[in-house]
Structures are given as C-alpha cells and as structure tokens.
Design a protein around this ligand. Structure first.
Ligand code: FAD
Length: 476
C-alpha cells in the first residue's frame, strides 16, 4: 500500500511513524523546510524558538511512553509558572484565592464575588456564545474586566459571535465554585489548566517530531520538505464507483511540479483546502460557502534575542488588556536552558492577528518599536538588551469556533468523506481546537484505520470536545 500524508506536523509525522513501522510505503509532503508544523522549533544565532511555546502532556500513558522512548534522556520534566498581567498588577495563574484578594483589593474582589453570587441566583440558560458561558459561570464583572477583552483580542471578533464550545474547551474551570473546591483541596486532577508539570525536550518541542521523522525514515518513510500539495487526482474508477478515489497527489517543490501515485491519503492540511482540492473546479456552492466560513485566526510571533541572563521567573505571562497588541509573553529558557546561549535569554511575544491586517503586514522594525513600548509599560523594559529580532507567521493558528461552526464543519467533513480513501485529521484537518497529544492520537488512529486493525478507534471519535482539556497529573 502507498500512502500519501499531506502535512508533516504532529499528526502527519505520527501517522507516518506508525505506517512506516508496519511496512507501508509512505510519502510525507510538507511545505515548510522542517517537520513539526505548529510543534516545530526554529533556530537563530544559537537561540531556539517554538511557534508559541509548547508543553507536552497527555492522558494516555502509551503516548507518553512513546514520546519518552523517542526523546530519551533529552526529555525533561518541567514545572510551569504562569501569571496574568492586568491593570498594572500580576496575578498567579491558575487563580489562587489569596493572590486574587491581595492583588485586586477587597473592593474589586467583593464586587466580583457579588456579581458571581447574583448570577448563581438566576436560572441558568443554555450556553450559546462564549459570553453566555463565562458570565453564567464567573459573573458579569469578571467577564467584563478579563475574559471579554482578552477573548476579543485573541479572536478579533466579538465574544458573542464565538461558540460556547470554545470556552468549554479552553477554560478548564467550570466555575468559581470549582476553583474554590480545588483551592480547598476537595477536588483534584482532570483539567489541563491545573497541570503544573509537563514534558519538554532539551532542544525545543520540535525535537519530538524530528526524532520521530528520523525513526520513520529509518523504516522507509520519505519526507519531502519544502513540498506544497497543490491538487489531488481522481480515478480511474474501481468497484466503489466511477473514479471517486484519489489515485495521485500533485505537489510542487524544489524540483518543480510532481505527482505521486497512491492508494490512500491522510490529510492534515486545512479542511477547507482539502474540500477544494477534492472538488477541483466543481465545488458545490453550499459546500464552498460552508468551507469559506471555516476560518482560522493567525498569530505573529515576535522573537527578541537578548543579551541578559533572564527577564521574569515565569514561563507564560498573559496580557489581558485590549490596548496591548501582545497577548502572551514567553521566556523560552524557562522551558529549557538550551533555548538560548549560556548567560543569555530571549522573549517570544504572541500577537494575534489576521493575514493582511496592519499587525501582520507591519515591518519588523515598526512592530519591534511597538512591542518594546508595550513591554516597558508592562514593567518589562528590555530595549537595551536586544541583540536581534525576527518574526514568525502562523496563518492557521486557531480554528475559529463561530456560532455555526459545528454544522458547517460537519457539512464539509461529510462532503470529503464521500472520497473513501482519504481521511482528514489533525487540528486543521478536523477543524478542531486540539492539543498536540490529541493530534498525535488522531495520526495513530488514522494509521490504524488504514491498516484495517480490528478495534481501531475512528479518528473522529478521539476525545469528546469536553474531554480535550483533560490531563493526567505528572509526578514522575
Ligand atoms: C500558539 C500555540 C501554542 C500551543 N501550545 C500548545 C501546548 O502547549 N501544548 C499542546 O499540546 N498543544 C499546543 N498547541 C496546539 C498544537 O500546536 C497543535 O495541536 C498541533 O501542532 C497540531 O498538529 P497537526 O499536525 O494537526 O497540525 P499542524 O502542526 O498545523 O500541521 C499541519 C502541517 O501541514 C502543513 N501544510 C499545510 N498546508 C500544506 C500544503 N498545501 N502542502 C504541504 N504541507 C502543508 C503545515 O505546514 C503543517 O506542518 C498550541 C498551538 C498554538 C497555535
């Protein structure tokens, strides 16, 4: 069997690893010059940057063992420290009651609790939007001061236009009551937000997938980097129908346009792109409309190479207020000391934006000036320590869960499912807000499905939407 894998991110590389070890002929087509996708790591002058700092943790012991075996002694167990910068104050994250009261002051703290109390006395309506979900669990006051502005900045659209599903997945605290139970030690485990310990490779998150690709290649898989998939060829027909299956993948790379004959395809490229490639010029209008509505939020990452040993004690700093373009600040050497040369550190600034908008198109120098001003205002003045800077661009950072996303996603998935030798998986391929471990599980499930293994889980059945936030506590 010859299997083409579109995209060499976490999902595609894991599928390639599983299939190659089973003796299948595999070709991975990846448009970037490296494997890993969003879980890649790039190096610049001895500094290393992920595409937004990543941590690995999983509910699955099998997946965790696989990663531990692959990376070996280079896999480190780390403890995270996160904080929220808001209104000139720094709050520990996840929330800690004593810290919130000390920082917000009794008056603001009491207002938030009052607003929460009032909400509790009301009958709970069905959650439709992100705003409904948060207000019903946290009260209007916390929504207006923190969740609403941060979410608007992150997504670029009003939180009333975002599905409640996203809140349910992203905010792993069901309510303030739940926070109190956890703080009192009466409730444990489960939510990803609470996991303080996580796995991280010495040379950045991309090391997992570089290693995995090496093992897959040793079993015969071919990785074509810098190869962009441009089309899918149908037919000739078989017993399933007249020319329905994909018989070859077209791509363009260093050698120009090429085509590779295949028996099956695992696609991890974006679902709308897959639908368009399957349809060619004859995409049905309703599918075209639904696919057009499945959009992604982009991120521009501004990387600062610094000549100083450290900036903050935190791995992640969330910047909630809308007046700042920066949404998250990360100091990579907090995850691994090898992310910067000895005695030096760096910062990675996450700026949510959309391809083509003012933040996306601003020159590196213009944006650097704005970022340094914002850092100064946040009491993190690093201007005189900058020895280099550059941006990375992620066009498909976050699938946008607008109010009708679920039905539109299903319509496009059903359309693609008519082509029975193609399976669409991964964060972009399934249009699901999944973490790396789930993307890897989807890759394994897609491989099992093609191998026809009895009892194989269907990739679409991996993790309920609510289950995506679950994590196992790491103590080893
Ligand atoms: C800022 C940020 C922080 C995150 N932090 C964490 C974290 O801490 N922990 C965690 O578990 N998860 C985290 N995630 C989520 C994690 O990155 C994803 O779940 C995971 O990378 C998805 O893997 P994937 O293979 O499905 O998709 P991708 O990594 O996007 O892989 C898809 C691949 O397809 C390639 N491709 C696309 N189109 C084409 C084409 N036409 N031809 C050829 N190749 C193509 C892309 O280049 C890419 O390599 C984070 C995500 C972001 C954006």
């Amino acid at each position: 069997m010859r299997v083409a894998i579109l995209g060499g991110g976490a999902c595609g590389t894991t599928a390639a690893w599983a299939l190659a070890r089973a003796g299948v002929e595999v070709l991975v087509l990846e448009r970037e010059p490296r494997v890993g996708g969003l879980c890649g790591t790039e190096e610049r002058d001895g500094y290393r940057f992920d595409f937004g700092g990543h941590r690995f943790l999983s509910r699955s012991r099998a997946l965790e063992s696989l990663v531990r075996d692959l990376v070996g002694a280079d896999l480190m167990l780390r403890t995270r420290s996160s904080a929220v910068l808001h209104g000139g104050r720094r709050y520990r994250y996840p929330l800690e009651l004593d810290d919130v009261v000390r920082n917000a002051g009794l008056v603001d703290g009491a207002r938030a609790l009052l607003s929460y109390g009032r909400q509790r006395l009301r009958r709970r309506d069905a959650d439709v939007s992100f705003e409904d979900w948060v207000v019903q669990r946290f009260g209007r006051r916390l929504y207006d001061t923190f969740f609403g502005p941060y979410t608007h900045k992150l997504w670029g659209i009003e939180p009333t236009a975002i599905s409640a599903d996203w809140a349910a997945q992203r905010i792993s605290l069901p309510s303030l009551g739940d926070v109190a139970l956890r703080l009192a030690g009466l409730k444990r485990g489960g939510a990803r937000t609470y996991a303080r310990r996580y796995w991280y490779p010495r040379l950045g998150i991309g090391q997992i997938f570089e290693r995995m690709a090496e093992v897959a290649a040793a079993h015969g898989a071919t990785f074509r980097l810098g190869a962009r998939v441009t089309g899918l060829e149908r037919g000739p027909g078989n017993e399933r129908g007249p020319g329905n299956d994909v018989r070859a993948v077209q791509f363009t790379g260093a050698g120009g346009d090429e085509s590779w004959r295949c028996d099956a395809v695992i696609s991890t490229v974006s679902l709308p792109l897959l639908a368009r490639m399957l349809a060619g010029p004859s995409l049905p209008r309703d599918i075209g409309r639904a696919a057009g509505n499945l959009r992604f939020r982009g991120i521009r990452l501004v990387h600062l190479l610094l000549n100083r040993p450290e900036v903050t004690p935190h791995t992640w700093l969330y910047v909630s207020e809308k007046k700042y373009a920066i949404a998250r600040i990360q100091e990579p050497r907090r995850r691994s000391p090898e992310m910067a040369p000895p005695g030096r550190t760096s910062l990675m600034l996450e700026i949510p934006c959309d391809p083509g908008d003012a933040l996306w198109t601003a020159s590196d120098d213009t944006l650097l000036g704005r970022c340094l001003d914002e850092l100064r205002a946040l009491d993190l003045d690093v201007a005189r320590d900058v020895v280099g800077h550059f941006s990375s661009f992620v066009a498909e950072g976050y699938p946008i869960y607008h109010l009708d996303y679920a039905s539109e996603r299903q319509r496009v998935l059903d359309y693609c499912a008519d082509t029975t030798n193609v399976v669409s998986v991964g964060r972009q391929g399934a249009f699901r807000y999944v973490f790396m471990d789930t993307a890897m599980e989807m890759g394994l499930a897609a491989a099992e499905q093609l191998l026809g293994r009895a009892g194989a889980t269907r990739p679409s059945e991996i993790s309920s939407e609510a289950g995506l936030i679950e994590a196992r506590a790491l103590t080893a």
